[in-house]
Design a protein around this ligand. Sequence first.
Ligand SMILES: Nc1ncnc2c1ncn2[C@@H]1O[C@H](COP(=O)(O)OP(=O)(O)OP(=O)(O)O)[C@@H](O)[C@H]1O
Ligand SMILES: [Mg+2]
Length: 279
Amino acid sequence: MIQIKHVRKTFKQRSSGSFTAIDDVSLTIRKGEFVSLLGPSGCGKSTVLNMVAGLEGYDEGTIEVNGTKVTGPGSDRVVVFQEHALFPWLTVLDNVAFGLKQKGIPKKERYEKAMEQIKTVHLSKFADRYPHELSGGMKQRAAIARALAMDPEILLMDEPFAALDEQTRLILHKELEEIWMKTGKTILFITHNIREAVILSDRVVVMSTRPGTIKKEFAVQAARPRDNADSVIHHVESAIMDVLAEELEKVVKEEMGDEYSLKKNDFSRDSADSVGGGI
Ligand SMILES: Nc1ncnc2c1ncn2[C@@H]1O[C@H](COP(=O)(O)OP(=O)(O)OP(=O)(O)O)[C@@H](O)[C@H]1O
Ligand SMILES: [Mg+2]
């Protein structure tokens, strides 16, 4: 469904020259697969997602979606960002129906379709509310409903739950898994949270930084729906923690010099924390 081959992306620097943000990244995502990108801050996760979305260009390599080269945004891909991008002057229903209106779908049909997705994310009681009347979790649910209403084949999610409290996040994990199992969408998901990546994904791709490349991939062969207590989940989490610890040590040394050393145990063993988020 998504094929990224040997992609390189440079950004012009204000001072002089250019800097390579992404180098030789190759990644294939199958139809219906749930894949997460994990890695230290600044390693290029959002850049990869934005290139797949068609919001950013690239310098070398190719990105194909369904066999067609990505040259810009398309209706087959919808992005859900960390900050819900709801229109404050529209109700939940009108926000969710907005893209359908742009597509020229008649009012009755677009409201029916929008309500269907609002029901999927359990917001039926709040359809006539405005964004400022909703909690953070509800706003993200509305943003997901709006993305689903467009019925894209691919959902691109850039830290969609990062700003939420832990309980809300756990509920949304369950809901997203249910939606994914029901709809069979292909999902590329970015997070700093190891637990979140492992619980949700079929495959977790760990990136390394400067320049951003793919360091290692982990298949999560645990039964669905996922269970937090599953030993497979804990096993994969621990393996990812080892690889990320190495990566973070590299970043810290580059930034602070050789005298600075981190050990794996310097990181919180509760991987529900955002490991690497602050680096
Ligand atoms: N528009 C831009 N112009 C210049 N540099 C950019 C631009 N966008 C991103 N970068 C740089 O490219 C690198 C990768 O950024 P990116 O936002 O993809 O990282 P990330 O992995 O998503 O980080 P985070 O986890 O903090 O969101 C960073 O060094 C960043 O400063
Ligand atoms: Mg990012």
